[in-house]
Design a protein. Sequence first.
Lengths: 262, 365
Amino acid sequence: MENIATSASHLRSEDVNVWFGERHVLKNVSLNFPGNQVTALIGPSGCGKSTFLRTLNRMHELIPSAGFAGRVLLDDKDIYGAEVDPVDVRLNIGMVFQKPNPFPTMSIRENVLSGLKLTGRRGYIAEEVVETSLRRASIWNEVKDRLNDPALSLSGGQQQRLCIARSLAMNPEVLLMDEPCSALDPGSTRRIEETITELSDSMTIVIVTHNMQQAQRVSHQTAFFLSEEGNPGRVVEFGKTDDVFNNPVDPRTNDYVNGHFG
Amino acid sequence: MSELDLSALPRPKSQPWQVRNPKNTWLITAASVLPMVLAVIITLGAALDPTVATILVFLPLQIIASVSVGQYIYGKKGRGDALLVIFTIFFSTLVGVLLVSVMFSVVVNGIRAMSPQFISQNNVYISPTTSLGYGGVGHAVLGTVLIVGLTTLFTIPLGILIAVYLTETRGRMRSTVRTLVQAMSGLPSVVSGLFIFALLISPNFGNATGFTQQAGWVGSIALFPLMLPTVARIAEEALRLVPQELRNGAYALGAPAFKAFWQVTLPAARSGLITAALLGVARIIGETAPLILTTAPANNTNLNVFEGSIATLPTYLYSYISQAQATSQQRAWGAALVILILVFVLFSLARVLGSAKSTKAKKRK
């Protein structure tokens, strides 16, 4: 486990604004994601939290009608700077999607190593990377005897943990997770939550979730997104998870976390 | 609470949705058999032509029988249901019969000419009166393989490139290109042949010598506009079927666009792309008109596609079927059978190639 970074980077967004076509969907989002902290993004569907997450590693701009203004700083360096290659940004800021998306033509082993291959780092390809990554994603014991099986032979929960392992093989400083458990059963969800807690020792994690209990279980701080009456989405409340859930400043946060709307 | 029985049970003989009233079973059986029996009796009695009788006697009888039984058992919606079922079965049978009869006549007529020597020998020293024991289409098979192979060599990459442009990029010309490709697929093959003929062989349609003589490679170029739209359109569909999540997965790992395409999208679309290549080949392998205009017929084996006259299966077939002698016509049928076999071999090959990846992945290490 020697080549794993132990001090994670610090991510910050400053006045992030997002448009789809002419529609303004996210307004002035300024959030701070300190190293080794897990931040949960919560809010009703359509409030822009997944969109915001995708601006953090420049996946957002892959949507043809996307628009963006603002700054996202990774260790005080703007990832939207003119000289920055989005491909390099995504090397340092990994992402796990809502639906497990292992590469169907590859085996389990090849999936874990796919990032290294895809980025031309064949020199880093080694058996330890496979084992280390799979162990960190808590799936090693389930797959160690069948590393050459197709990735699609795994169950949905295992596929999602394989996708996490695939991201971890790149040793990112920040990991973004877009509702990683929404398609999974409670058992798989619990294992992924344990994984998140362990990973936060070595990296910064931002997770979008619709599950209030999950946000409380895994996150250190929480941001509540809301978009009212067709206005662009924005952050209503941001603070320590305990405070947001038990002692919210804004009454709308209170209503949402207690299930009164949304 | 008594002890739970956790063991598996055998599947019941009949499923709830398969249970039918016995009276209805009799009615349905009668409706399926009686019209046919009645139609056969009427046809034989009145000495009608079987084809005419099928449409004018059997079909109406079957419709009446099925619709009344449908009405009786299921009420109003049973009528429409019965009609749809009758038409579906009738027309799919019709298409099936047509397909089989085409194959049947080719095989029956072609098999007489068929022999190992017919496939391996060429046509030198063969006159219209020579018996079928001599000569064959070997030279034409090689010519077809060479010309179609050459076309495939530059059409497949180009067609896939077009598909990649249409699906993987945000180029501004996409809709224009797509329209052009679609328009191209409507190009009559004889026009393509004529265009290449006029462009490369005889610019003035007179005695003026053009850029080149008739040759295999000119034929390849004339086949190109026919193959390209097929390949491009099917390849586009294949690439479009690859889920966006896979590309996103690759991008999120920090993959450059080209590597994401090369290592993730392309392998995922593999079998679809092989189908595209194959249907492209199938589209042109029997093309005759462009080759008549752009290649010169030959009786000898010519392996040089860049010079000289060269025979192909379709042009061989065309020249022999228009001759009067029975042996000549049998040679033409034989050539038709060889084309069918060639297409069949190609399709089988592609099926094997298309599924090879998954088995290989399992075997490794």
